[in-house]
Ligand binder design. Structure first.
Ligand SMILES: Nc1ncnc2c1ncn2[C@@H]1O[C@H](COP(=O)(O)OP(=O)(O)O)[C@@H](O)[C@H]1O
Ligand SMILES: [Mg+2]
Length: 348
């Protein structure tokens, strides 16, 4: 594996004002049978040109945490969202639905897991992209056609003229995801949000698409939040990483800090579950024993306690909060990263 992105770009720092600033985000989902605490008190900032990866097991709240700040919530359930979200200083909590639609179209690009669900199967690719360009950017038909060709070229689709005449089912999964990325960057967004954008694809195609996302993010100087299962992906394309467990961020920091000096026992278990130290794209967290708690009945104390090798009696009483493990590297663990009453880290 080549040197990680974090090592190559340690000088990169978020601009003074983050593109995205999330504080105290909590999301409750009301299903027919239960109230699910999908996200609890999550906070993170993402700067211009910076990529934050969100990792964690399935069901840990990655998707909800990534999409809720943009007003995108799971369909079919009632949701209550708390906390504050600022996009380049604009408070999204007070934004109208109309403003949110403008923001999602222009300032933020979203790449979902499954491009087929976002594309209309009965329309050719060209008219679908051109419609987005007309509606979002107010381009006339000639300009939107030219821009569609330019966008397909940017995402590495050869012979864009010909591809624009295809229906989604006439393209491969990888090509369809490239089309979705083209649509996501059409408005020249400040922020790109991607939710496991390559999971359904084969390993070689996954690597190519992630390379594409990383290149576009640098080229267009976007902030990016990328949900992934894959530690190899984190090392390759992220600057910072947030580890989620049971709806909370249990560790956050630079890729170098979190992957090389993990503090939270869950992060350590995740890294140990990856087959090789320098994980290849496609590797998943398979070796971890036990399963995460049911978020409709969260346990008292630390949610990881039942699976934790370092567990102590106090862990079952109170949930630890994120505390600094040095600079902006933070972990929520009574044992490895305890906090004194004054908020200072205990010397260990
Ligand atoms: N549409 C939904 N209806 C009910 N519960 C949901 C829905 N979407 C997500 N959840 C619940 O919210 C929690 C977080 O889910 P999610 O963010 O999708 O996890 P991840 O992306 O990490 O796999 C899970 O407990 C999940 O069961
Ligand atoms: Mg998800």
């Amino acid at each position: 594996m080549t040197a990680s992105r974090a090592e190559a770009t340690t000088a990169m720092r978020p601009a003074d004002q983050p593109v995205l600033s999330v504080k105290g985000l909590s999301v409750l989902l009301f299903t027919e049978t239960a109230t699910v605490r999908a996200v609890t008190d999550a906070g993170y900032d993402v700067g211009r040109g910076e990529a934050l990866a969100i990792v964690g097991e399935s069901g840990s709240g990655k998707t909800v945490m990534n999409l809720a700040p943009l007003g995108l919530l799971p369909g079919g359930v009632r949701a209550v969202v708390g906390g504050s979200v600022e996009l380049s200083g604009e408070d999204l909590a007070v934004a109208s639905e109309e403003r949110m639609m403008q923001i999602r179209g222009r300032k933020v690009g979203v790449v979902f897991q499954d491009p087929l669900s976002a594309l209309n199967p009965n329309r050719r690719i060209g008219p679908q992209i051109e419609e987005v360009l007309r509606l979002r950017l107010g381009l006339d038909p000639n300009a939107s056609r030219a821009r569609a060709i330019e966008l397909l070229t940017m995402v590495g689709i050869p012979e864009p003229d010909r591809r624009l005449r295809l229906f989604p089912h006439q393209m491969s999964g990888g090509m369809r995801q490239r089309v979705m990325i083209a649509i996501a960057i059409a408005g020249d967004p400040e922020l790109l949000i991607a939710d496991e954008p390559t999971t359904a694809l084969d390993v070689t195609i996954q690597a190519q698409l992630l390379e594409l996302l990383a290149r576009l993010q640098r080229q267009l100087h976007m902030a990016m939040v990328l949900v992934t299962h894959d530690i190899g992906v984190v090392a390759r394309i992220a600057d910072r990483v947030a580890v989620m467990y049971a709806g909370t961020i249990v560790e956050i920091g630079t890729v170098r800090d979190v992957l090389k000096r993990p503090r939270h026992p869950y992060t350590r278990a995740l890294l140990a579950a990856v087959p090789a130290p320098d994980a290849e794209v496609g590797s998943r967290f398979t070796g971890l024993t036990g399963s995460p708690p049911d978020l409709s009945t969260p346990p008292a104390g630390c949610a990881f306690a039942p699976r934790c090798v370092l567990v102590q009696p106090e862990c079952r009483l109170d949930a630890p909060r994120l505390a600094t493990a040095g600079g902006d590297h933070k972990a929520a663990c009574w044992i490895t990263t305890p906090v004194s009453p004054s908020g200072q880290e205990f010397a260990r």
